[in-house]
Design a protein around this ligand. Structure first.
Ligand code: CP3
Length: 342
């Protein structure tokens, strides 16, 4: 069957004349309709785990802007939650988890609570039912390394030092955490695809802080195993990898991780990417979220740069990281108009 959705065409290796577009964190606090439902839900996890709410929030940016893909509304930290770790989101403070130490790693569950993640799959089914025909639905999980940085530290940290230190001092205990996350995340993605997700993205937000040897061990190998596991169950599964900040290590990533596309952060060097990355897979990215916030001529110039860099080969337009909460809606509209003018 031929694909009819532009993003899926790109993930199959076919360039689109007008690059398809979606934004990381396209459902979020910059939208008044998101803030209203978030307040109505009471807590962020309630929003994630109530299928009607999660589906509604997922669809909000599709209705408003007509993106080419919807991304399931959830969070990478629902996986530790399903492993029985306490997870909460305090307003304006980010995530809080009960930190893991060598002793608690031994007691860590090896399987997710199925009931805990069932509402996510139900949300996928609801979204799929209401999604316009040309819009693709993207599921996701966090990469084991990035999820582990939050599980070890119990919160976001500026340099991920607690997890890096734990990996040096307690490599066996750390490997156990990573192995559990590989298994649970593989199954989680398979279930999202079975429920209707047409592609999945693996977010490795903190891939860029590791030296090459650790990058190979804690980012590349675990994500390679997830991709293999998912494709064992779903051979044609379309997978986007996002090893943020990997820089020149992207080639090592691609040597092992069989993704259909890689997400680029805004610091990626275009000539390097064209020669060593886009020659092998489609790329996605990489507008600086801060220039989207800034707007004006700087935004126009940055959009044109991204297109000049990557749009002559298989390419999905996106940001280099998530949209910032202060972003004016008019700047998102302006970006889509500029992309789609012909
Ligand atoms: O992209 C999307 O629109 C889908 C939804 C999505 C969210 N988080 C919603 C969210 C996705 C794909 C994520 C991934 C995620 N979550 C990552 C990887 C990508 C990235 O952005 O780096 C990480 C590291 C997390 C962990 C996380 N969740 C943090 C650090 C925070 C607090 C920071 C913040 O922006 O408030 C969250 C909360 C969160 N996840 C919000 C949203 C919309 C904001 C919560 C709110 O106040 O409503």
């Amino acid at each position: 069957m031929t694909e009819t959705k532009p993003i899926l065409e790109v993930l199959s290796g076919t360039r689109q004349t007008i690059p398809p577009v979606w934004f990381m964190r396209q459902a979020g606090r910059y939208l008044p309709e998101y803030r209203a439902l978030r307040e109505h839900a009471g807590s962020f996890l309630k929003l994630c785990f109530t299928p009607d709410f999660a589906a509604e929030v997922t669809l909000q940016p599709i209705r408003r802007f007509g993106f080419d893909a919807a991304i399931l509304f959830s969070d990478i930290l629902v996986v530790p939650h399903a492993l029985g770790r306490s997870v909460s989101f305090e307003a304006g403070e980010g995530p809080r988890l009960e930190p893991l130490n060598a002793a608690s790693v031994k007691a860590l569950r090896t399987e997710a609570d199925r009931d805990a993640l069932a509402p996510v799959y139900e949300a996928v089914r609801l979204i799929k039912r209401d999604l316009p025909a040309h819009v693709a639905l993207i599921g996701f999980c966090g990469a084991p390394w990035t999820v582990a940085t939050y599980m070890i530290a119990g919160r976001g940290t500026p340099d991920q030092a607690p997890a890096r230190m734990f990996a040096y001092r307690e490599p066996e205990a750390f490997a156990r955490v990573i192995d559990i996350l590989v298994d649970v995340s593989s199954l989680y993605l398979v279930e999202q695809i079975r429920a209707g997700a047409e592609a999945v993205q693996i977010f490795d937000t903190w891939a860029g802080v590791l030296p090459p040897r650790e990058f190979q061990r804690w980012c590349v190998e675990p994500v390679a195993r997830i991709v293999e596991n998912v494709r064992r169950d779903i051979p044609g599964a379309k997978i986007i990898g996002f090893p943020r900040g990997a820089g020149a290590l992207l080639t090592k990533y691609l040597d092992r991780v069989q993704v259909n596309a890689v997400g680029l952060d805004w610091a990626a060097e275009p000539e390097f990417v064209r020669e060593h990355v886009q020659s092998r897979v489609a790329v996605q990215g990489n507008l600086d979220p801060l220039v989207l916030l800034a707007g004006g001529d700087a935004l126009d110039r940055a959009i044109d740069d991204v297109l000049a860099n990557f749009a002559d080969r298989p390419f999905i337009f996106n940001l280099g990281h998530g949209i910032l909460p202060e972003t004016p809606i008019a700047h998102v509209e302006r970006t889509l108009q500029r992309l789609r003018r012909s």
